[in-house]
Design a binder for this molecule. Structure first.
Ligand code: GLU
Length: 505
């Protein structure tokens, strides 16, 4: 049977890094088994629908290089891939469940439900829910006479269809990460399957679509584990047990201190991104920062995510996507949550910067440099020359500006205080003499520049160290940057002379 996996997000906002990790594990599994990776948009909850979120999710997958084989914009044999466009498919299955006694119509109003919750509370049930203990006291097709039910339906009375969870049953599933997981059906509530507006809930839609789309393996976040017994019961009751996908519930990604699930708020609080890309909430216009805009290379981001809850047992941490396809094994994913460590995420990016080809890096860094310069057509040749000179000092892509702005623009702030105290006539004379030599030279390369500098140092009875820092401050503006003669070579004769004269007068 052909392996088919799916990522099934609800388009409700930004894409959390845990979501991208789910995408990645699906993608790796599909690639390793010659299977299909499907993107299905689960947009049946109209109240939570957010405009633009679907496009954003697809853009994130594209940025990460984890593109689906089938999706709403790349339809395959199982189209449509948006649940709202599949609305007509679900009711029939809900009806079948009712007819066979595995689900029922419920006519309860909001008031009825509230009353139930209030009254049951008194009855010592800490979490009153619609289930085997309460359902027989509610207004549904199990408690009302058949003719009344028919009349209510004929009159168009609003109703939902609920699953009838059997009592005293152990519902078991085999999870590829957790092994056998069992649930006591007495603790599972009668979840709504079909809503009053005719839309399925997630629980019905996920099962029907996984079946119709011939999904063989369903990997999703651990937060869905409590819903799994409902899904297993639906697979059984719809007569599809044989086709049920193999499950894997992926461990949570935890806050850096390990205390609970990592949320967007933690990122805001601790100053790191949690979403893959910048997300602007269309209602509040508030933008939440993403890894992309912070300056992560997508391959580094993806590699970092692979290591959140998985390793190949050898201690290797840097893997290309192809290597991950070869080596990833869902059975080796840990059960326990994985702590997110932003410093480690940056470490991955630093590693990738060191190993990415300079021309490629120049393309990646260009938008950040262009933004600072307020231009849109940066000379990529110049940036490719600069990149290898400073990449060891760069962790995130904006660092190429921080570490190399003086290659593109005359420094606007000069740390004159760093040289003022030790400045004297002798140094002044040295720079006047050296710039005189530079004016006459045609050999503008770092080696010749350094040689003439050294000769002039000797002639003036100075030590090289006396004038090296002043030269650096003149060219760079501060005490940083790569070799000072290399900088002079790259910025060119005219600019070098201008910067020296700017200080020495
Ligand atoms: N629509 C669910 C979500 O938003 C999908 C869960 C699943 O994969 O079954 O995460």
């Amino acid at each position: 049977m052909k392996v088919r996996v799916r990522f099934a997000p609800s388009p409700t906002g930004g894409l959390h890094l845990g979501g991208v990790r789910t995408v990645l594990f699906n993608y790796l599994f599909a690639r390793a088994h010659g299977g299909d990776f499907v993107l299905r948009i689960e947009d049946t909850d109209q109240a939570r629908f957010v405009a633009g979120a679907e496009q954003y999710i697809m853009d994130c997958l594209q940025w990460c290089g984890l593109e689906p084989d089938e999706s709403p914009v790349k339809e395959g044999q199982y189209a449509p891939y948006r649940q709202s466009e599949r609305k007509h498919l679900y009711a029939e299955y809900a009806q079948k469940l009712v007819t066979e006694g595995n689900a029922y119509y419920a006519f309860d109003t909001t008031d009825d439900l509230e009353r139930m919750r209030r009254e049951m509370k008194k009855d010592e049930h800490s979490v009153p829910q619609y289930d085997k203990t309460t359902r027989m006291q509610m207004r549904n097709s199990l408690t009302l006479p058949a003719d009344e039910v028919k009349t209510l339906l004929d009159q168009g009375t609003p109703y939902v269809i609920r699953i009838k969870v059997p009592a005293d049953k152990t519902v078991t599933l085999t999870d590829m990460i957790r092994g056998e997981v069992s649930f006591d059906s007495n603790l599972v509530d009668d979840k709504v399957l079909l809503k009053a507006d005719g839309m399925p809930t997630y629980h019905l839609a996920v099962v029907v679509d996984d079946y119709l789309m011939k999904i063989t393996h369903a990997f999703r976040g651990e937060e869905w584990l409590p819903s799994a017994p409902v899904h297993v019961l639906l697979w059984e009751n719809l007569g599809w047990k044989e086709s049920m996908p193999q499950w894997a519930h992926l461990p949570l990604i935890l806050k850096p201190d390990g205390n609970g699930k990592l949320s967007k708020r933690d990122g805001d609080r601790l100053g790191f991104p949690v979403y893959a890309m910048n997300w602007t909430d269309p209602k509040t216009n508030e933008t939440t920062k993403g890894f992309r805009e912070m300056g992560f290379i997508p391959q580094a981001f993806v590699n970092m995510l692979a290591m959140l809850g998985w390793n190949d047992g050898t201690g290797q941490e840097v893997f290309s996507l192809d290597e991950l396809v070869q080596k990833f094994d869902i059975g080796r994913v840990h059960k326990g949550g994985a702590k997110f460590d932003f410093e480690k995420a940056k470490w991955f990016n630093h590693q990738y910067i060191q190993h990415t080809d300079n021309e490629e890096l120049a393309k990646l860094a260009a938008p950040y440099v262009e933004k600072e310069l307020g231009i849109g057509n940066l000379d990529l040749g110049l940036l490719s020359t600069v990149v290898p000179l400073i990449k060891d000092r760069c962790t995130l892509l904006p660092d190429f500006w921080e570490q190399g702005h003086f290659f593109f623009r005359t420094p606007t702030t000069i740390d004159e205080a760093a040289i003022k105290d030790k400045w004297n006539d002798q140094k002044q004379q040295f720079f006047t003499a050296w710039t005189g030599i530079l004016t006459a030279t045609d050999n503008w390369n770092h080696q010749d520049l350094e040689n003439s500098f050294n000769e002039e140092v000797t002639k003036h009875g100075l030590k090289k160290g006396d004038v090296m820092l002043p030269l650096r401050i003149m060219l760079v503006g501060g005490k940083f940057g790569p070799g000072v003669f290399v900088i002079a070579e790259v910025i060119g004769k005219e600019e070098t002379m201008k910067r020296i004269k700017h200080i020495t007068g």
